[in-house]
Write a protein that binds this ligand. Structure first.
Ligand code: CO
Length: 351
């Protein structure tokens, strides 16, 4: 069974000038390349994030994957490029540019780098069109931001898109982004440490309490980043509220715990007690190894908490490290053998 990391990101090494491409007003993201291996993502004249060539260079990624014992990565966009606040024409053009560049990088190692696309989620018709174009172009699924402005995942347009994903069999990876900015959350990386888990928690609740799982086909294969944020920790509180205050909470047909088999979470929670809570809450078949590669708040070596955990059997570890992801990706039979041939690794994962 191959080891699959379902949470990693890319950034292309430059892209066409977005002002010229779209005709829209800035500020626009651009890349200030500072050396052969380093660059700075810029938003207008503001520095956003320093990155290195593992964001755009397939060989550099493969070297780290080999070091970590990872056979395959799902490669998703970096959320700052989602551009949901832009016009449909602008966000569609931006999505196409970044999707095609990601597909080019992944095509250098098609057995090991699996691209997920981004879509102009504010407009369901345009989002479905870009997803279909990308699926035909080699992408295996889609990453979406966890909200579109003030619209959460129970927004009718987003639900329409999710239903389309279910009908065409595209797995969906939900990533937090665009966290609220206040002076109180601008310190200590609080937007990442508190804002991101809270955003993801809110998205899971939108799917459950907003009745999305009641509306969307159970064919939908959807996974939430960062262990589902703070959801697992507070499932009991949500469950209690659903029973005690149905006047305020009870939009869903069933109590929250009845929907746990409708989604997955990744494993990037960094310590064993948190992983144990996730596995006990979601079930071992609903947790998939993710690392957030190549960013500093990611786990290296990828999957190390899963591999080193004392409460998981070898069978459980194989499920989390790859088997569950094979099912989520709907990887065709024979993929495991193909990956093993590409990596030269034995077919059984080294857990
Ligand atoms: Co991430």
């Amino acid at each position: 069974m191959p080891v699959i990391d379902i949470h990693s990101h890319n950034v292309p090494c430059g892209w066409p000038d977005l002002q010229t491409e779209t005709g829209g007003d800035g500020p626009w993201p651009w890349l200030r390349v500072t050396s052969e291996r380093e660059a700075m993502i810029m938003i207008g004249d503001q520095e956003f994030r320093a990155i290195d060539d593992r964001c755009w260079n397939a060989s550099a990624r493969l070297a780290d994957m080999d070091a970590d014992g990872v056979d395959m990565q799902v490669v998703s966009p970096t959320p700052v490029f989602f551009s949901y606040h832009r016009s449909v024409a602008e966000s569609s053009r931006i999505a196409a540019i970044f999707n095609d560049l990601a597909a080019q990088m992944c095509a250098e190692a098609p057995d090991r780098l699996v691209p997920f696309c981004q879509v102009p989620l504010a407009d369901p018709e345009a989002a479905c069109r870009e997803l279909d174009r990308c699926l035909a172009n080699g992408h295996a699924g889609v990453e979406i931001g966890n909200h579109v402005g003030d619209r959460d995942l129970d927004d009718p347009g987003v639900v329409e898109f999710l239903q389309h994903c279910a009908s065409v069999g595209a797995p969906v990876f939900v990533h937090p982004w665009d966290m609220p900015t206040t002076p109180r959350t601008s310190r200590w990386m609080a937007q990442w440490l508190i804002g991101m888990p809270a955003e993801t928690h809110l998205s899971v609740l939108a799917m459950i309490l907003g009745g999305v799982f009641d509306q969307v086909s159970s064919d939908l294969r959807i996974c939430f980043a960062h262990g589902g944020g703070s959801f697992a920790m507070w499932l009991g509180r949500t469950e209690n509220a659903w029973h005690q205050r149905p006047d305020l909470v009870g939009v869903s047909e069933l109590p929250p715990s009845a929907y746990l088999d409708r989604f997955s979470v990744d494993s990037v929670v960094f310590d064993e007690p948190a992983l144990r809570l996730l596995v006990e809450t979601m079930g071992v078949e609903r947790v998939m190894m993710g690392s957030d590669f190549p960013y500093p708040l990611g786990e290296r070596p990828a999957g190390s908490v899963v591999r080193g955990s004392t409460f998981l059997s070898d069978v459980d570890k194989q499920a989390i490290l790859g088997q569950n992801a094979m099912r989520w990706l709907n990887a065709p039979a024979g993929t495991a053998r193909m990956i093993s041939t590409a990596t030269g690794s034995p077919q059984e994962a080294q857990v």
